[in-house]
Design a protein around this ligand. Sequence first.
Ligand code: IMP
Length: 185
Amino acid sequence: MPKSYDMLFASSNTHKYEEAEKILAEFDIELGFFQTELIEIQDDSLSKIASQKALNAYEKCKKPVIIEDDGLFINSLSGFPGPYSSYIFDTIGNNGILKLLGDNRDAQFVAIIAFCDSSNEPTLFESSVAGTISKNIQDGGWGYDPIFIPGKQNKTYAELDNKNKLSHRYESLKKFAIWFNNKLV
Ligand code: IMP
């Protein structure tokens, strides 16, 4: 018998799923992986992008599903790359970001989790973690992990053993899990 999951996580990104699965297990939610490319609209608003992605994910899998949309907002760059974080990572990368920065290295990593089911009305859960951008690229991790230092830590996500306890992803998934578990009772 194929395993039946409470919830699917639709994404092309295995790293995001692996982290989300561990985080939601703490809240007794079993998360299956629906590996797929979702339609990602270009917009200034992460919420709009996330809502569209969630609708597209439900359309494809027809099961209760969550998607995630993230953005790295750098203060001295007026929030850039924000909703364009994926494109910027694929073009100029971490090296390119470091070249743009001076003394003010403050940034926020924002995560939106969007849940959709047969109601076709996405519900969104947003959190952000304030931090700084490191001066050098550190080893390990994926994406912006090697340059993002969360909160009061002095290490990047890439170097921390407990990223999953304090990340932007953790905070948004925790909000989602509390809401979802209450919905079931
Ligand atoms: P996306 O558009 O939601 O996939 O995310 C925007 C960009 O942020 C992508 O380049 C992701 O790889 C990156 N990203 C999202 N979450 C993380 C993370 O936890 N660590 C490192 N990079 C991340």
